[in-house]
Structure formats: structure tokens, C-alpha cells
Ligand binder design. Structure first.
Ligand code: AMP
Ligand code: MG
Length: 400
């Protein structure tokens, strides 16, 4: 049995980035940037006022209060056509062009208006101006690949006038559940069958990570059926199976995929839940064999499938970020497998986060996982820990 960390680095090394494609900006959300896009316009595009008030020349105002003649206005999208001269002011609004001859905005609150005259009560030379290109200039690199594009990145790319963008291609991920007892939700079933949790959850996970799930349904515990589907899945970018990788008489995935040409890199890791995890290559296609128990399948998806999907999309394939939390109850010493305990997080008034282990740690209990918000990581051989001790946690929201 290899460690979780060894397994992760084998997967990282065994999965290569796919090619890129150009997509319309709105479709780039959660995709991974495959170029270093340059701005096609500066931001601000021209020097503008940051406030509502009056554009003045600071040289004009040697003492205050000072009366100036208001000769016109500059509004966003509607610049004042002329230039400012001595003794004059221009009414101005946020985002409007700074008029020629002006170097300062006096905010409305520091003025009194009487007809065509504005009284400047206070001035701070050079204030409330946003120079052209203050945020970025035309030609500046806006973002550096690889970055998984979030709404704030869409805002930046849009402001830089990039209506299209190059991103890594979506990985096509074959998802296959195995087991004579498994049916899909809503399908007719006998009294001896259960409804799949893994296939639909893994599809959702792949989608959330920017992949395209290819639904290969449920395959019986039958060697020739498994060989046939293994051959059908070869054209995908990644193959993910669930179930049938343990040591039982009907765990035929390794054998059948082996017949189809699977080259196994590892099988079994020192982890709970998820011990029978398998990884290899079917010709050039990486294959991840997840355990059948839903909690094992999904925790392994978080720790191994997620980084593999990131790698296919040009990211380094890092493992999810770890945070520290205080234990909400005592826990026993851990044995020879790294343990990922289902836990519920709470935070108190001063912001301290507490992780309380769930009573239900059985790897079949999808209910306990779904109602958890974190996993407490218990390294191999860790000693018993008490309420209030700091432990490492993986936050589930947004990830699993
Ligand atoms: P296996 O690894 O095939 O021996 O399966 C381990 C346990 O997980 C068994 O109790 C299976 O019934 C269950 N299981 C396997 N596949 C799924 C699935 N897709 N959804 C829910 N449970 C499953
Ligand atoms: Mg099975």
C-alpha cells in the first residue's frame, strides 16, 4: 500500500494537459486559461473624475472660498467639448472625462452653487482623478495562465475588451458504475437492487471541475461486459469507474480492464475511506478505479479525481487546500491508514472554527457525508486528540 501523497504524485505525473480552444467570454467561467491575455483597451480608457463635483485648475484657487464661473458640464460618455480657462469651473460627474485645462476635482460637498457661480470652499490639489491606465494599460497582461476563471476574472477580461478567450479543452471523462445490484435513479428495480449514488455524483463533480462527463451507465459484474466497455471508453481523456476494485469474487474491474490492456500504476492506498483505489493507463488514457462505497468513491474523487482533472486542464494538480480547526469532541488514536473523518464545522463569535466528527463514519453512509461540511485529516499513527486540539481539515463546500 502506498500513501495518499505518493498516490497523488503518481497521478499528477501520469496525467498530461490537453489542448486549448477559444470560447466566448461568458462560456469561460470555471474553465482554465490557456493564454496570457493582453488588454485591448486601457482602464480607465481616458482620465476621468472619481467623484461628482467640479473640475477646476488648482492654480486658479490660491485662497478659499473662491468663486468660479460654471461654463458647462462633463458627464460619463459626454465630455465637455472645450477647455477650461482661468476663473472657470466645469460641472463633472463620476466617470466623466477630465476637461482639458483641469487638474483637480472638488467634490460637490465642498462647494456652494449659486446660479452660474460655484463657490469652492476647500480644495486639495490633484484629488479625485483617475488617470488613464491607472488599473491597466493597453497591451498589459491581464492574467497569467493557468488560472481557473472565476467571476472576477470574467469582469477583468471584459473590461480589457476580450470577448473571447483561449482555455484548455474540457476533459471528456468516461464515468462508469459497476455492480449487478446497481440501477440509476427512477429506473425499474427488483427487491435485490439499490440506486446508484456514485455515477450521478461523479458526473456532477466532473462538470463542476470543467469536464464533460460521458455517461457510460451501469455495467454488470461480468468480465466480458467490462472488457467491452473498457474498449469503448478508450477514446475519452480519462476513465473513472466505481465499484468492483476490491478483493471480492465479483470485483472484476482490474481483471477485465487488464484484458483490455490496462497498465496498473498502483492498486490500494493507505487511506480510510478508499483503500482499494486503483490508477493506471488504458493505452494512453489514464484510468481511475474508485471504490464502490459512496463515501469512499467521493472522498477519493476529491483527493485524486479533482487533481487529475486540474492536470488535464493545464493546472499543477494540487491537492485541495487544508485549514486548521479546533476539535469539537475527543477522538481516538489513528492506525496505519490516513483517515478522512466526516465532520461538521461551526464557528464561534471570535471566528474560531470547530470541527466536530460525525458519529457515522461508515463508508457507505452518503447521508453522513452529504450533511458534513468538512473532512478531518488524521495522519497515519496520530495519537488520540482532545476537544480543542488543532486538527487539519478539508472544507467541502464548493468542492464536493
Ligand atoms: P464494491 O466495491 O463493488 O464491492 O462495492 C462496495 C459497496 O458499494 C457495495 O455495498 C455496493 O453495493 C456499493 N456500491 C457500489 N457501487 C455503488 C454505486 N454506484 N452507488 C451506490 N453504492 C454503490
Ligand atoms: Mg460491486
Amino acid at each position: 500500500m502506498i500513501s495518499v501523497q505518493e498516490a497523488q504524485s503518481i497521478i499528477r505525473a501520469g496525467v498530461n494537459p490537453l489542448g486549448a480552444e477559444t470560447v466566448a467570454l461568458p462560456n469561460a467561467l470555471h474553465r482554465v486559461l490557456a493564454e496570457d491575455p493582453a488588454a485591448r483597451i486601457a482602464h480607465p480608457a481616458y482620465t476621468v473624475s472619481a467623484m461628482d463635483g467640479y473640475a477646476v485648475s488648482s492654480k486658479d484657487i490660491t485662497s478659499s472660498p473662491k468663486a468660479l464661473l460654471v461654463i458647462g458640464e462633463s458627464a460619463a460618455g459626454h465630455p465637455y467639448p472645450g477647455a477650461l480657462e482661468s476663473g472657470q469651473a466645469i460641472r463633472i460627474f463620476t466617470g466623466a472625462h477630465l476637461p482639458v485645462g483641469a487638474d483637480t476635482i472638488v467634490i460637490q460637498e465642498d462647494t456652494d452653487r449659486e446660479g452660474d457661480t460655484v463657490i469652492i470652499k476647500e480644495i486639495e490639489s490633484g484629488r479625485h482623478i483617475r488617470p488613464m491606465g491607472q488599473d491597466f494599460r493597453r497591451g498589459d497582461t491581464l492574467l497569467m495562465s493557468p488560472v481557473r476563471i472565476q467571476p472576477r476574472h470574467i469582469g477583468l477580461l471584459s473590461a480589457g475588451d476580450r470577448p473571447w478567450i483561449k482555455v484548455y479543452r474540457r476533459p471528456r471523462v468516461a464515468i462508469l458504475s459497476t455492480g449487478d445490484e446497481i440501477v440509476l435513479p427512477g429506473e425499474p428495480r427488483t427487491a435485490n437492487q439499490i440506486v446508484s449514488a456514485n455515477g450521478p455524483a461523479l458526473s456532477a463533480f466532473v462538470k463542476q471541475k470543467g469536464g464533460d462527463p460521458v455517461h457510460l451507465g451501469v455495467v454488470k459484474d461480468d468480465e466480458s461486459a467490462l472488457i467491452a466497455i473498457a474498449n469503448a471508453a478508450k477514446n475519452c481523456d480519462l476513465i473513472v469507474t466505481s465499484g468492483g476494485v476490491s478483493v471480492g469474487d465479483y470485483d472484476l474491474v482490474r481483471k477485465a480492464f487488464g484484458q483490455a490492456g490496462l497498465d496498473v500504476s498502483f492498486h490500494k492506498i493507505a487511506m480510510r475511506p478508499g483503500k482499494p483505489l486503483m490508477f493506471g493507463h488504458l493505452e494512453d488514457t489514464p484510468m481511475l478505479g474508485l471504490p464502490g462505497n459512496p463515501v469512499s468513491a467521493l472522498v477519493c474523487a476529491l483527493l485524486f479525481l479533482g487533481p487529475a482533472l486540474d492536470r488535464l486542464q493545464g493546472l499543477p494538480g494540487n491537492t485541495p487546500a487544508i485549514t486548521l480547526a479546533e476539535l469539537g469532541s475527543d477522538i481516538k488514536a489513528n492506525g496505519d491508514r490516513e483517515d478522512y473523518m466526516r465532520a461538521v464545522l461551526s464557528s464561534n463569535r471570535n471566528g474560531t472554527i470547530t470541527a466536530t466528527p460525525s458519529f457515522a463514519q461508515d463508508s457507505s453512509m452518503i447521508g453522513a457525508l452529504a450533511n458534513s461540511s468538512a473532512l478531518i485529516i488524521r495522519p497515519i499513527g496520530s495519537t488520540a486528540a482532545r476537544t480543542g486540539d488543532l486538527v487539519q481539515v478539508l472544507l467541502l463546500d464548493g468542492l464536493l
